[in-house]
Design a protein around this ligand. Sequence first.
Ligand SMILES: Cc1cc2nc3c(=O)[nH]c(=O)nc-3n(C[C@H](O)[C@H](O)[C@H](O)COP(=O)(O)O)c2cc1C
Length: 186
Amino acid sequence: MNVEEAIASRYSVRRFLPRPLERATLDAVLVAATQAPSAMNAQPWAFGIVEGVAALQALSDRAKAYLLERLDQYPMLTRYRRILANPEHTVFYDAPALVIIYSRPRGPQPEMDCCLAAMNFMLAAWERGLGTCWIGLAGMLLNDPAVKEEMGVPQDHVAVAPLVIGYPDGETPRVAKEPPVILFHR
Ligand SMILES: Cc1cc2nc3c(=O)[nH]c(=O)nc-3n(C[C@H](O)[C@H](O)[C@H](O)COP(=O)(O)O)c2cc1C
């Protein structure tokens, strides 16, 4: 699969096989993330990894409870009230692993740099037959100062990209993408 094929075929995966990730595969995808460009070559990323359905289920329960208590702060998320309140729903879709890309305070735009690392991560995973999904819903909990402390993450780091990763269970049709909106072409 070349880059163009990976870009054209990738989609967010929300159903996973109960198959753990091989360590070498995870390592390779992490290295791909670190090949991203970064402002002033600051390479401001760092990674947190949570593996295992039980650990992720517990983290999901906390993320849902955290958001439900604070939905008034995030009006855009009120449409998710029902799924957040559903004990059967896991925000990590029963994936075998969650990789959190944290920004370290280096360079002028560390969070943007981490988004580029996240895209590399998702495409490199896809090329290896793995699916990923960015779980923004987990970001609020992961950035809570008490949770950072508990996870051993320095307070000046930001959880930018929580990405679940695993082997897809079946296929999902790609969502339609709009054609490019050209604001000017002088
Ligand atoms: C910043 C960001 C946050 C996202 N958060 C979630 C999320 O919490 N849960 C989820 O299921 N998908 C999440 N997604 C995935 C998007 O829903 C998905 O990328 C979008 O619908 C386009 O589909 P595609 O990735 O298959 O092209 C997120 C994506 C991004 C970039």
